[in-house]
Write a protein that binds this ligand. Structure first.
Ligand code: HEM
Length: 454
């Protein structure tokens, strides 16, 4: 058998330093690794099977197209249960995972999605109308507010009221726990997860989580009684989950409902907020990109149809390039093989974990020449396969909300550009930083309004 390049795992202080490096300097870490070991290498451990790191399209195709009974993901995501509980879609595998996806998928596609368009535009206008001329502001909180309001609307079907506002506030505060590269270490070093009361980061996190849990449980109880009395007319995901029954006629328990709702709320807004912040950066960092985009948007005339915006080729390419150059989620979920299988011509036995580096794949020079340059045109000149371009992962775990995220990005950008001329506060190049499990623009990123349009 051919030899796979091998890195021996370290332990003790060296392992700690290596991990810290991966957390605090994620991009440099991934680049150094790829330079040193290539696009398919293994890390061996003393007492457990090896881990394979992948950024090769052929290997990615083998993994994404493998039959789900050969590959497990949920168990590897156990580390996320501190945020989304044990019953989340992220932690499911096999039939349970397939059924849950089948239930949720229609709400994030087709007609249901189109129904969100008007809401996205209305929310964007409301949030951005607070911007004032020549007053620099941080982009992130505004983008986060838009995406959180949108996902709350999609999941709960409500967008006002004291309980809704409290939930929004709590979710924002909870995610602030991991808003800096250093505080993100809390996720990766369980030893730091110590409850030393409300003034300690973990203690505060637990208190916020508990308050969110109580609010969601109250809402579940209320909705159950509405449904029982036959008065509910909700058409949101919450109601869908409340009504669903498994093959034995059993509905979801409160705990299952709570975990799934949290999963959708978390997965559904942080990532999109980061992507939007990057979009604002690139569009205003490169004047030629802004010019071309405005030209394309102007071609639709006043009050364009949402569907027309969704179909704009250059806007689509700018978004694709934004998600390529700094993918928000730098690696797909780990895939553990549970039956013997062949990948890239190598035969593997069960219990080996595969980690796909989205960032390293997106910076392959053979696929993306001058990969460090932001060039939307690459997506107009070439169609990339689902194993060459994977900002939303792939296979049976591909991001459930990708269509919603793309629609949101397009409508927010189109709405904002039609109302404001913006400029960056600093013209210096901006590099991504760790933000929880994702990589994102620095929290300090600011823009300002040069003038209002119309
Ligand atoms: C720009 C925004 C987003 C990015 C870059 C992103 C990226 C990803 C990635 C890389 C995965 C892992 C896929 C894999 O390992 O193959 C994923 C999974 C997932 N995403 Fe997203 N996502 C975004 C927005 C959203 C939104 C708006 C939702 C809405 C609810 C969402 C819900 C999910 C869910 C539920 C999963 C788990 C799917 C499963 O396990 O079957 N994401 N996402």
């Amino acid at each position: 058998m051919r030899q796979i390049p091998t890195v021996k795992s370290t332990s003790g202080l060296l392992l700690f330093i290596r991990r810290l490096n991966a957390i605090l300097r994620p991009i440099n870490f991934m680049e150094e690794r790829k330079r040193k070991y290539g696009d398919f290498y293994q890390i061996t451990f003393k007492n457990s099977p090896s881990t394979i790191m992948v950024s090769n399209p052929q290997a990615i195709e083998d993994i994404f197209t493998a039959s789900p009974d050969k590959v497990e993901v949920g168990r590897g995501n156990k580390g996320l249960s501190f945020l989304v509980g044990d019953n989340s879609l992220l932690l499911l595998d096999g039939k349970a995972h397939k059924n849950r996806r089948r239930l949720l998928m229609p709400s994030f596609h087709g007609e249901s999605l189109q129904e969100c368009s008007h809401k996205i535009v209305t929310i964007t206008k409301k949030v951005c109308d607070r911007w004032q001329i020549n007053k620099p502001f941080k982009v992130r909180p505004y983008m986060q507010e838009i995406t959180l309001r949108v996902i709350l609307n999609v999941v709960f079907g409500i967008d006002s009221g004291a309980k809704y506002e409290r939930l929004r506030e709590l979710l924002t505060k909870l995610l602030e726990t991991f808003n800096s590269p250093l505080s993100s270490s809390l996720i990766f070093f369980p030893v730091l997860q110590k409850d030393w009361g409300k003034f300690s980061p973990w203690g505060r996190f637990l208190l916020l989580k508990e308050e969110i849990r109580q609010l969601i449980y109250e809402e579940i109880e209320e909705r159950r009684s509405f449904l029982a009395s036959g008065t509910s007319e909700h058409r949101d995901i919450f109601s869908l989950l409340l009504l669903t029954k498994d093959e034995n006629g059993e509905g979801m328990t409160d705990e299952e409902l709570h975990d799934e709702l949290l999963t959708l709320l978390f997965a559904g807004h942080e990532t999109t907020a980061s992507a939007l912040a990057w979009l604002f950066y690139w569009i205003h960092y490169l004047p030629e990109v802004e010019d071309k985009l405005r030209f394309e948007l102007d071609s639709l005339g006043e009050n364009p149809d949402y569907k027309e915006i969704n179909n704009l080729a250059y806007l689509d390419a700018v978004i694709s390039e934004t998600l390529r150059i700094y993918p928000i989620v730098s690696g797909a979920f780990g895939r553990r093989i549970i039956k013997p299988m062949s990948i890239m011509g190598y035969n593997f036995e069960p219990k080996i974990d595969f980690f796909i580096s989205i960032y390293s794949l997106h910076h392959r020079e053979d696929l993306y020449p001058n990969s460090k340059q932001f060039k939307p045109e690459r997506f107009l000149q070439k169609t990339y396969s689902p194993y060459e371009y994977i900002p939303f992962g792939g296979g049976n775990r591909r991001c459930l909300g990708s269509a919603l995220a793309l629609l949101e990005m397009k409508l927010v950008i189109a709405t904002v550009l039609s109302r404001f001329q913006l400029e960056l506060v600093s013209k210096r190049p901006m590099l991504p930083v760790r933000r929880g499990l994702t990589i994102a623009p620095p929290a300090s990123f600011k823009i300002k309004v040069k003038s209002k349009i119309g």
